[in-house]
Design a protein around this ligand. Structure first.
Ligand SMILES: O[C@@H]1[C@@H](O)[C@H](O[C@@H]2CO[C@@H](O[C@@H]3CO[C@@H](O[C@@H]4CO[C@@H](O)[C@H](O)[C@H]4O)[C@H](O)[C@H]3O)[C@H](O)[C@H]2O)OC[C@H]1O
Length: 382
């Protein structure tokens, strides 16, 4: 595959349709994607995760926790822009802007990481994976649909978020979301450690094209720093990474709110992120070996038997909370994997339906990203 140069950035500009490569027809793939969108956004109560609110707002519900998270809101916006669904995108953004984004103080321009479906905040602190997804979805929206009047002036909104991520605290109050020294994303602005699943070098390459001029070099460096960081955070034999990790990649000490040294819900996303970075940029050949490694680890484990694992691969006597989500991220690794397990995961994902029931939100977000990615529809909009 060739790598093309546009606007000063190198990216492939080509999107494999792995389902088609495995024999599924274009029509059934398109139908599958559209049906999944319809189920998640307008389906029956046991499967949907999106709820319109009034004339101009809507939210994605974390059905397991009965709250609205910046993670889910920004994921919903990314799904909508990829699917060319402007109304749902605008509703999710309007809810986020109205109820979740701070207007002043130490978190100005950041978002309270979760609130109730009526918009009442539960916590004030932000979770940086939300901010980076908001910024990327907004830039794609600007490039796909053009900017409108505030708050639909997407590119300006994205730049405001990215400015805060890098410069919060420059003049006193608050903290940046990226550690200025290592250029690594933090777990929360106040934390001196990271979360490997927050590292999205493929987004930072694109921020380097559209963020404030003065920060473009920073985002290039952040992309390289994140790629290197993942080498350290992923176990060299299993490919598993911890939920939270120090800046040298070692698992972070247990926190007041729990022990995140192991491979559990947050960490699933690392495999998917690496797959997409390879698909979009093809810059780091280690990503191919890493994707083969994690697929080899899971190849012979039944999805129903997925557990929590130490990063060297010891299972706990505790089932995975989101087995379908984990299957989806393992399957998304097939974008980079060239080993004997890549086809197995593509087919297994195809033969697995969306999750229904209480815990469906996180699984189905990851599942939908996987459907987009493996069908060649998770794209850069420039
Ligand atoms: O005072 C601060 C707190 O503000 C700070 O809050 C953290 C904010 O980030 C939260 O992380 C989000 C939620 O968890 C992850 O995904 C979940 C994975 O498991 C699924 O079951 C669930 O449905 C998903 O939402 C997200 O990726 C994050 O955005 C974190 O949980 C809060 O603790 O914490 C430190 C305090 O000092």
């Amino acid at each position: 595959m060739s790598v093309i140069q546009r606007d000063g950035a190198f990216y492939t500009g080509e999107y494999r349709n792995l389902f088609k490569e495995h024999g599924y027809s274009e029509e059934e793939i398109r139908t599958r994607l559209e049906q999944a969108w319809a189920d998640l956004f307008y389906g029956n109560p046991d499967v949907r995760i999106y709820y319109p609110m009034g004339d101009d707002k809507g939210y994605i519900l974390d059905t397991g926790n009965l709250d609205v998270r910046t993670e889910g809101m920004s994921y919903g916006m990314m799904m909508a822009v990829q699917m060319n669904k402007k109304e749902e995108f605008d509703r999710l953004w309007n809810f986020s802007k109205t109820y979740m984004q701070h207007k002043e103080g130490r978190y100005k321009d950041y978002f309270a990481w979760h609130c109730r479906p009526d918009g009442t905040r539960i916590s004030q602190g932000p979770a940086p994976d939300g901010e980076e997804y908001y910024a990327m979805a907004l830039l794609f929206a600007s490039n796909r649909w053009g900017d409108g009047p505030e708050p639909y002036n997407y590119s300006e909104q994205a730049r405001t978020i990215l400015r805060a991520c890098v410069h919060q605290g420059d003049n006193g109050e608050g903290d940046p979301m990226w550690d200025p020294e290592t250029k690594l994303i933090k777990f929360v602005p106040e934390a001196p450690f990271s979360d490997p699943s927050y590292h999205l070098p493929h987004f930072y390459e694109l921020f380097a094209l559209q963020a404030d001029e003065r920060d473009r070099a920073f985002w290039k460096e952040a992309a390289e720093a994140s790629r290197a960081y993942l080498h350290a955070a992923c176990h060299p034999e299993t490919g598993l990474s911890p939920e939270y990790a120090n800046y040298d990649g070692t698992p972070a000490e247990p926190q007041r709110h729990g022990d995140f040294r192991h491979f559990f819900s947050d960490a699933y996303r690392v495999a998917a992120n690496i797959g997409l970075d390879w698909e979009w940029f093809r810059k780091d050949p280690w990503q191919v070996e890493q994707s083969n490694r994690i697929q080899a680890f899971f190849r012979d484990i039944d999805v129903a038997d997925y557990r929590r694992y130490t990063i060297d691969g010891k299972p706990f006597d505790e089932p995975a909370l989101h087995p379908i989500g984990l299957l989806a991220t393992n399957a998304m690794a097939s974008l980079a994997a060239d080993g004997p397990d890549a086809s197995h995961f593509v087919r297994l994902l195809w033969n697995t339906p969306l999750r229904t029931g209480v815990r469906r939100y996180y699984d189905n977000c990851l599942y939908f990203f996987c459907l987009l990615a493996l069908s060649g529809n998770y794209r850069i909009y420039r």
